[in-house]
Design a protein around this ligand. Structure first.
Ligand code: CA
Length: 248
């Protein structure tokens, strides 16, 4: 293990163990994805989804793919789920958006976004700037903004944590993609409950569990980076045949 990784892990561990949540009682992010379709979550409303030449939705690009628990990983795309593709390009003035409905009102503190879709990142279609808002009274609001974030242009899950807040509806506004003038895309969105710890040991176990998840994401990011670098190395390597010819 490199020194850099060791330092990172030590820093995360330290932050994990002595972190000071802003909720009145200490909380940690739970491990159940509250908006997953299989857990009773649903998509209540959305701005648009891509359609075919007859104006019909395209199932493999449906907005429901955001909560289907299926992910595009590396060169593997689930046959029936490419991610969600909007019908228009988002902007700060006219965002593309999705409202997720939790099975019941819960205290939440983490949103995880996987931007990866069947389209490669260089097309610039993946979500870049997002804003998370919540509502408890009704689907029409009022909505309270909990944070604005940048989704990095990498095919990995990305976590966004915020002080615990009650929510029944979670609205995700996307105000920019990575440059495409065609559409915006996302692979999956997850929302996690904030668990108020009533026992030091339970808290520690939950925090270490979250730490493992974060480390897995870090590992995936490193593997992705190495894959990118090795791909670049291969594409820039001189032609072997030319070297053989020179030696003969
Ligand atoms: Ca999905």
């Amino acid at each position: 293990m490199t020194v850099r990784v060791s330092v990172l892990i030590a820093a995360i561990c330290l932050g994990t163990l002595i972190g000071a949540p802003s909720w009145s009682a200490p909380t940690v992010a739970g491990t159940t994805n509250l908006v997953a379709a299989e857990n009773g979550g649903r998509i209540a409303r959305f701005s648009s989804q891509t359609v075919d030449e007859n104006g019909q939705p395209i199932a493999v690009w449906s907005v429901t793919n955001l909560i289907d628990g299926k992910y595009v990983i590396g060169s593997h795309t689930p046959a029936d789920s490419y991610g969600w593709r909007s019908r228009a390009v988002p902007s700060p003035e006219a965002p593309e958006w999705v409202i997720f409905e939790l099975p019941e009102r819960r205290l939440i503190s983490r949103v995880v976004v996987d931007p990866t879709t069947d389209d490669p990142e260089f097309l610039g279609r993946w979500a870049k700037n997002i804003r998370v808002s919540i509502a408890t009274e009704g689907i029409d609001g009022p909505y309270k903004v909990v944070g604005s974030y940048v989704v990095v242009r990498r095919g990995i899950k990305q976590s966004f944590d915020f002080p615990p807040v009650e929510a029944k509806w979670v609205r995700l506004d996307i105000t920019a993609n990575w440059g495409s003038d065609f559409a915006v895309e996302l692979g999956e969105v997850e929302v996690y409950e904030a668990i108020v710890g009533d026992d030091m040991l339970d808290q520690l176990i939950q925090r270490l569990s979250n730490l493992l998840d974060d480390l897995k994401r870090y590992r995936d990011a490193q593997r992705y980076q190495q894959h990118q670098e090795s791909t670049e190395a291969v594409t820039t390597r001189p032609e072997p045949a030319a070297e053989d010819d020179a030696e003969q």
